[in-house]
Design a protein around this ligand. Structure first.
Ligand code: NAP
Length: 315
């Protein structure tokens, strides 16, 4: 017979691991399914300067590792697996995963969000051959080269700044005139001698698909339509993320961009009616704040709701 878990947590980023700490400490022996990107976005970032309690900052992967150990100390277990399908119309919920079927009395969805791509065929063809969405993973390969970063938010600034450790020149391309990035990050990028900012510019094609190696970009200036070529060896995307919630379509409410709609921040609903026992936290339900500390906060809230639900149902 399939084992019934009190709590299954989908995702092992900041939100999922905080939910694991709380539910484990409450004696619920949570099972954390680590998903496609174990550790979530923090595990591929560098210095986190705004997580309270670390006056000098802490490296993202170290922060995640600490959370993982903290939850394990109270009995959380981890499984490298991803969800294939889910049935929320029966209780306990039935989860089909890459390692078999799991039954859960409560489900905490903390599946986060994954990098967004431009969607150009030439970009897709060159992922892993000079096109990347992870500066910390792939920056090292561009030592002594010229590269470009696309985006106008904090992620793009952070990537551009990080990549100056390796690349001789980073051109930051943004589709508009004004930036979404915070003032401090934008100022750092502007002040850096090896970063050049180009606004009102979009990438039309990544050159090098035939050679299977990025050799440049075909760009268009949106103000006058003028096309140009930029010679670079690497392209990094820093254009935001898309929520990992597609597998829940039809079983809980998703908004027009695919984020899980929640009530009281973590309760999920179907047609506005609460789905008992299913909670969502972190970036999969947060289109506004998307910070490590807000993800952690909502992970805590989801865990407390799960605990309350189980108690109310006599478990
Ligand atoms: P974001 O703030 O949503 O910015 C995405 C950027 O990509 C925007 O400038 C957007 O342009 C651009 N973009 C989106 N789709 C595009 C497309 N198809 N083609 C070209 N450009 C496109 O996302 P983010 O930078 O990942 O940041 C997300 C959140 O995490 C924010 O709250 C941010 O503050 C936070 N964060 C903080 C730090 C830090 O404090 N160190 C680091 C990273 C992230 P438009 O502006 O024209 O829409």
């Amino acid at each position: 017979m399939t084992d019934i878990r009190e709590t299954v947590i989908l995702g092992s980023g900041c939100a999922g691991l905080t939910a694991a700490i709380y539910t484990a400490r409450a004696g619920l022996n949570p099972l954390v399914l680590e998903g496609h990107e174990p550790g979530g976005q923090l595990s591929i970032t560098t210095l986190v300067e705004n997580f309270p309690g670390w006056p000098e900052g802490i490296q993202g992967p170290e922060l995640i590792e600490n959370m993982k150990k903290q939850a394990a100390r109270f009995g959380a277990t981890y499984q490298l697996a991803h969800l294939q399908s889910v049935a929320l119309n029966a209780h306990p919920f039935r989860l089909q995963t890459s390692v078999g079927e799991i039954h859960a009395r409560t489900l905490i969805v903390a599946s986060g969000a994954s990098a967004r791509w431009l969607g150009l065929p030439s970009e897709q063809a060159l992922i892993g051959h000079g096109v990347s969405s992870c500066a910390t993973c792939d920056g090292f390969f561009f030592r002594g080269k010229e590269i470009a970063v696309v985006g106008g938010g904090d992620s793009a600034m952070e990537e551009a700044l990080f990549l100056t450790r390796f690349a001789t020149k980073v051109t930051l391309l943004h589709r508009r005139e004004s930036f979404r990035a915070s003032k401090i990050m934008l100022e750092r990028a502007i002040a850096h001698p090896n970063i050049e900012l180009r606004t009102n510019t979009i990438v039309e094609e990544v050159l090098g698909a035939e050679e299977k190696d990025v050799r440049g970009l075909r760009l268009r200036d949106v103000t006058n339509g003028q096309k140009s070529e930029l010679k670079i060896s690497g392209l990094f995307l820093g254009i935001g993320h898309v929520p990992n919630a597609r597998m829940f379509a039809g079983q809980i409410d998703l908004d027009e961009d695919g984020y899980i709609r929640t009530m009281n921040n973590v309760m999920t609903t179907l047609n506005g009616v609460i789905v008992p026992g299913v909670f969502a936290c972190g970036d999969v339900q947060d289109r506004r704040y998307r910070q490590a500390v807000t993800a952690a906060g909502s992970g805590c809230m989801a865990a407390l709701e799960a605990e309350k639900f189980l108690e109310e149902h006599g478990h």
